[in-house]
Write a protein that binds this ligand. Structure first.
Ligand code: NAP
Length: 327
């Protein structure tokens, strides 16, 4: 019986693993692939993490993981299929087999993976978030053939070519800056007349001669043959439609939380984020959340890492409470 199972190895999960190890908890961190780091692996440059200016996201992810390895944190590479618990917040019996699998104990979590089953007194869910889709014609058909959700992964294929980035947040602007280094021309297509991205990124992108921002513009369709050839656009203010010839389309329209595993166990908001405060406590006792998966104002590496630390502190308090109550 583990004290805690941590699911996810982005900054939140890795930080939780480090804090759990240092707290002397028995913990296993489950990661989908042995490449720890989560979304930062696809970030070309991270310039807002104190002490590490101008870091490469991939290197940063590797450093976080090296730190955890150095402390002896235990990792398991697996896909989590289901999380079950014997008691919900309302005390209903959800799965009798959990009690059997966890040695007759109540209030325990059974984490079922494709590589085996883990039993723990608490769970920290740090599964993060995935790229949102535009859901327009051509997006799915051309995925991997000119449509991409990761400029740092696929940007090199568009050297000397024309690309479009869709979105106005940090990721879209960072992607446009990154692509401008290799592409002949980059269009940044944003649905409003103001970018959401940090001011420093806005200043950087606006200073680039080969980046053109198309304001108040939405993408309606992606067109092509073997690969992407054009984007159909519409100006939301004038109603004007135009065909823009591009070789690649980078979609950066936000993230959706990967909360499917826990959405049936704990309360989520309308967008699927697990409702939790800074302590990471969800509506289900023993289930804690950390990082982009939880309701919060600022989703950044530093807040994800802080969440991991806070969640483990909450786990410690929870375990102590359980121990006192059982005496
Ligand atoms: P985001 O901040 O939510 O921005 C999404 C952008 O896409 C917004 O500009 C939004 O427009 C636009 N958008 C959403 N749906 C759209 C649609 N259907 N069609 C066209 N445009 C659409 O998402 P993000 O840029 O992926 O960033 C995710 C989180 O990670 C954010 O909290 C961000 O701050 C954080 N992040 C931080 C860093 C860093 O600290 N260095 C780097 C990257 C990301 P509106 O503006 O009109 O809503």
């Amino acid at each position: 019986m583990l004290d805690v199972v941590i699911i996810g190895s982005g900054p939140a999960g890795l930080c939780a693993a480090i804090y759990a190890r240092r707290a002397g908890l028995s913990a296993v961190t489950i990661e989908r692939s042995p490449m720890s780091g989560g979304q930062i692996l696809n970030t070309y440059e991270v310039d807002n993490y104190p002490g590490l200016p101008g870091s490469n996201g991939f290197d940063m992810g590797m450093k976080f993981r090296e730190h955890a390895d150095k402390l002896g944190c235990e990792f398991m590479t697996a896909n989590v299929l289901e999380i079950r618990t014997s008691c919900t917040e309302r005390g209903e019996l959800r799965a009798a087999s959990v009690e059997e699998a966890c040695g007759g104990a109540e209030d325990r979590f059974l984490v079922e993976t494709d590589a085996g089953v883990l039993c723990a007194k608490a769970v920290v869910a740090a599964m993060g978030a995935s790229h949102a889709k535009l859901n327009i014609p051509g997006e799915e058909a051309f995925a991997g053939r000119g449509v991409s959700y990761c400029a740092t992964c696929d940007g090199a294929f568009f050297r000397g070519k024309t690309t479009a980035v869709i979105g106005g947040g940090d990721v879209a602007v960072e992607d446009a800056i990154f692509l401008a280094r290799a592409c002949e021309k980059v269009y940044l297509i944003h649905r409003r007349d103001e970018l959401r991205a940090a001011k420093i990124l806005q200043d950087q992108v606006m200073a680039l001669p080969n980046v053109e921002i198309l304001w108040d513009t939405v993408a309606r369709e992606i067109e092509g043959g073997e690969s992407v050839q054009a984007l159909w656009l519409k100006n939301v203010k004038t109603g004007k439609k135009e065909r823009l010839e591009v070789d690649g389309v980078f979609v950066a329209v936000g993230i959706i939380p990967d909360s499917g595993l826990v959405s049936g166990l704990a309360d989520c908001d309308g967008r699927g984020y697990v409702i939790a405060g800074e302590d990471g406590a969800s509506s289900l006792a023993g289930l804690f959340v950390a990082g982009d998966i939880r309701t919060k104002k600022l989703r950044q590496i530093i807040t994800a890492a802080a969440d991991g630390a806070n969640a483990i502190t909450s786990v410690q308090e929870y375990l102590l409470k359980m121990k006192i109550e059982s005496q």
